[in-house]
Design a protein. Structure first.
Length: 106
């Protein structure tokens, strides 16, 4: 529910979001993530713990005051920025054709 929206989105409704997480950095030359910027399994674990567990099957209004896709993306960025090495960009898809993109430095 978007409390400030003049249209139908002001009523309770739902979405099945898709989240893309992009990282940038040097390719590791040693350790378990050798040949990678970051192991995808590590990123998936962090996203699950910090984002999905907090939002899945929840009323987004209880987590984000005005849960526009932009506000939810900003909330997700805050959850990930200290935990995902090289976080460069996230794309939160609300529908197949509508998304918000946040990049490092935005």
């Amino acid at each position: 529910m978007l409390p400030f929206h003049p249209g139908k989105c002001a009523r309770m409704h739902g979405h099945s979001y898709r989240l893309d997480v992009m990282v940038r950095g040097p390719i590791r030359s040693r350790g378990p993530a050798r040949g990678m910027v970051e192991d995808f399994e590590t990123i998936e674990r962090i996203v699950r713990q910090r984002v999905l567990d907090a939002l899945d099957h929840r009323n987004l209004n209880d987590v984000v005051e005005n849960p526009t896709v932009e506000s939810v993306a900003r909330w997700i960025w805050r959850q990930l920025k200290k935990h995902v090495r090289g976080l460069e960009e996230i794309v939160l898809w609300e529908t197949r054709t509508s998304c918000a993109i946040l990049r490092k430095g935005d």
